[in-house]
Each structure stands twice: as structure tokens, then as C-alpha cells.
Design a binder for this molecule. Structure first.
Ligand code: SAM
Length: 302
């Protein structure tokens, strides 16, 4: 089966005009509003937006006037039913957030879920997104990645959230991690991440697509130190590399750990505890423990 060729008719409406179209908008540079995004905004009966003043500025920059309806975290649940009814009567809406892709750490999920439940056609105009741009610029492995959005603002809860990721990593999960963070919490967040996840490569992407765009790449601990000295400004996305692969355990280190354990434990128990602690296969530890005991390298426990 051959894939359909790309649609080269840039602004032509889709065959089935969606009831709701999710439109990505710039994350700092007004020039990043795509021609299709502009056409979708123009084509909508009304634009659902987080902050009407903010969206008005975007529309004005492109010489556009449209009816705006506020849709944000505090009214989305309550507004969704009315908006779905309007779509069922044939109205067409575009959904934008203040910046970037709607729904991504932004409102819209509840409305999308309600539209799907009502069987309404939905679509999206892809475009700017801070998480993916930061990931691409970070120099860290682009996939797999885990987009977390914002961590809790308080250190205790933030550490708990990071500890959940560390536990998943200890169980074998491995991915580059993406977080949104406020500038005044960046240093504390980097510090908590270094302590909870262990020091590792990371990148702080600041003010992407804007005049003072910057990506600083270093280890978590060094970045924490830097931003504790130099308070960052602007919008920030934090990328943390995957947990470094532990260096393979040498025979010598395994033998040392087993000798130590065999002084107080039986072969099977010593092998189990060492295997678990050092993350080596149980059978490998067991075979070495038997060999050490047979060589009478270590005496039996009392
Ligand atoms: N929906 C947006 C997107 O697709 O990127 C994200 C919205 S979220 C409420 C806003 C957060 O995204 C900011 O606090 C910051 O962490 C990150 N962000 C947004 N714009 C950014 C930029 N220009 N540079 C770096 N991070 C940015």
C-alpha cells in the first residue's frame, strides 16, 4: 500500500470541516504562526482561548478580528457542555492557548474528550511547542522521552514526584525527561533533581524563539550551582538526560562483595543479597559464591 502524497494546497479546507480545530500558536515569535494556523483562525466561527487579551494581540498582529470565548482551567468543565451543543448545531471553533500547542500543559483536554464522546470531528494545526524544541536543541537523546510538564512547586512534593521517576528507572525505565519550570524555582528544582535522580547531563532552554534564546548544557549539579548564582529570567524548559547506564560490574568487585557477604551468610543468601544490591543476575552471583566457597576462599558462617 502506498502512502498518500502530502497535501500541497496549503490553505484549502479539509474535506470534512472539523467542529473543533486545535491551533498551535507562537511561543515567543509572532512570525511562527503558520499560514494554515492563520487560515483556521480566520475560518472559525469563534476562537476559544485562555486569555482574550493575549489572543487579541496575536490576531491584531495578523490583521484578524474574530469572536473570542474565554476557555481556561477554571471554566472549561462548566463551559464544555454548551460548546459541544453549539458544535452539534453546526458551529465551528478553533482552540488556542496563550502559547504553543493547546492541551500541552494548557487547557483543552476536557473539551477534546467531550467532543470525541459526542462523535464530533476534530483536527489540529501543528506548530510551535517549547518541549519539543528544547528537546531537539538539548543534545540529549531525543527518544524515548517523557514529557512531565510542571513539577509540584514545593520541594517535598517535587522530590516525591522525582523519586517516582527514579523508582521507575531503577526498575528499568529509561528516557530523556522534559519539564516546564518557573524561573524563580529553577535552581531549587535542579538541586532536587540532582539529589533525587543523581547528577547527570541536562539542558536548560530559556526564552526559545525570542531575542534572548539560550540553551545551557551541563550536569544537573553544575546547572543548579550556576542558576543559584545567576537568577534566570523568562520562560524555561528543563531537559534531563536518561539515567546513565551503570558500568558493567567487574569480576573483582563482585568477588569482593560476595566474600564480604559469605563471612556472615550462607551461599544462597549471600548470592541473593549481593545480586539484588549490585543489580547482577542472581545465577551469576550464585555460581561465583559457590566457586569462592569451594576454593575455601572464605570460611563458612557460624
Ligand atoms: N502549550 C505550551 C507549549 O506547547 O509549549 C506550554 C504552555 S505552559 C503553560 C508554559 C510553560 O512552557 C512555560 O512556563 C515554560 O516552562 C514553557 N515555555 C513556554 N514558552 C517557552 C519558551 N519560549 N522557552 C522556553 N520554555 C517555554
Amino acid at each position: 500500500m502506498t502512502a498518500e502524497p502530502p497535501n500541497t494546497r496549503i490553505n484549502e479546507p479539509e474535506a470534512r470541516r472539523p467542529a473543533l480545530v486545535l491551533v498551535s500558536t507562537p511561543i515567543g515569535n509572532l512570525g511562527d504562526l503558520s499560514p494554515r494556523a492563520l487560515a483556521a483562525l480566520q475560518d472559525a466561527d469563534a476562537i476559544l482561548c485562555e486569555d482574550t487579551r493575549h489572543t487579541m494581540t496575536l490576531l491584531a498582529a495578523h490583521g484578524l478580528r474574530r469572536r473570542l470565548i474565554a476557555l481556561h482551567d477554571h471554566n472549561e468543565e462548566q463551559r464544555s457542555a454548551g460548546l459541544i451543543a453549539a458544535m452539534q448545531r453546526g458551529e465551528h471553533f478553533a482552540l488556542v492557548s496563550d502559547a504553543g500547542a493547546p492541551l500541552i500543559a494548557d487547557p483543552g483536554f476536557r473539551l477534546v474528550r467531550a467532543a470525541l464522546a459526542a462523535g464530533l470531528p476534530i483536527s489540529a494545526i501543528p506548530g510551535p511547542n517549547a518541549a519539543l524544541m528544547a528537546l531537539a536543541l538539548s543534545g540529549l537523546p531525543p527518544q524515548p522521552f517523557l514529557f512531565h510538564g510542571f513539577l509540584p512547586p514545593r520541594s517535598g512534593q517535587r522530590r516525591t514526584a522525582l523519586a517516582h521517576i527514579a523508582a521507575a528507572e531503577a526498575a528499568g525505565f529509561s528516557a530523556t525527561l522534559i519539564f516546564y519550570e518557573a524561573p524563580h524555582r529553577l535552581a531549587a528544582c535542579l538541586h532536587d533533581a540532582a539529589e533525587t535522580l543523581g547528577d547527570r547531563p541536562a539542558a536548560v532552554a530559556r526564552e526559545l524563539t525570542k531575542r534572548f534564546e539560550e540553551v545551557r548544557r551541563d550536569t544537573l549539579a553544575s546547572l543548579a550551582e550556576f542558576y543559584a548564582e545567576v537568577a534566570p529570567r523568562g520562560e524555561i524548559t528543563l531537559i534531563i538526560g536518561p539515567r546513565p547506564e551503570p558500568a558493567p560490574l567487574s569480576e573483582q568487585s563482585l568477588d569482593e562483595a560476595l566474600r564480604d557477604a559469605l563471612r556472615t551468610q550462607r551461599v544462597r543468601d549471600a548470592a541473593s543479597s549481593v545480586a539484588e544490591r549490585l543489580g547482577v543476575p542472581r545465577n551469576r552471583a550464585y555460581q561465583r559464591a559457590i566457586a569462592l566457597r569451594a576454593a575455601d576462599d572464605v570460611g563458612a558462617p557460624d
